[in-house]
Unconditional design. Sequence first.
Lengths: 115, 112
Amino acid sequence: DTAVSQTPKYLVTQMGNDKSIKCEQNLGHDTMYWYKQDSKKFLKIMFSYNNKELIINETVPNRFSPKSPDKAHLNLHINSLELGDSAVYFCASSQDGRGPADTQYFGPGTRLTVL
Amino acid sequence: SQQGEEDPQALSIQEGENATMNCSYKTSINNLQWYRQNSGRGLVHLILIRSNEREKHSGRLRVTLDTSKKSSSLLITASRAADTASYFCATGQTGANSKLTFGKGITLSVRP
């Protein structure tokens, strides 16, 4: 059983398009995250939600909008895609997330390529 | 700003040898975690060490933490080809809603 799943695994699209990435966790965790990993493998947090409430919002262009319909799902919508958005996007979850950083469980990643 | 910095950036060893990877950080932390990432996969949590702990073991893994030097090391003993991966340290700061800040990672190659 997959603990944290993401769809799609690969996403190839043209500049200017709008796309979404979906994430689901079946661990019963309260907090979910989105990370961006660039071509040099540097991993940077973008957002986190705790029980559908936004708690971390890093300096991310407002073309990126997370949506959490319930605590098991956190989707990432990206408007007007740019070449620089090409990266691997990881979803993660943790048990709590309201205190000091806890162990996080990562999804398999979505490789986004903007042409 | 980036918190954890690992060194070396790349390490190549022979199967059976030990691999030591280091991580330094800049600010006070609540805990430090190590993750592994196999090529094309997500990160997998290996071990978490809290700021009041000095050493922790898990199977072939040994992690040390020196808060006075703001550094940690990950030792993998008797390495195997399957240990080939990227290894990341991540620091969890104190305080509410704390995030994990990841280093750039170390690429470990274990030659059979």
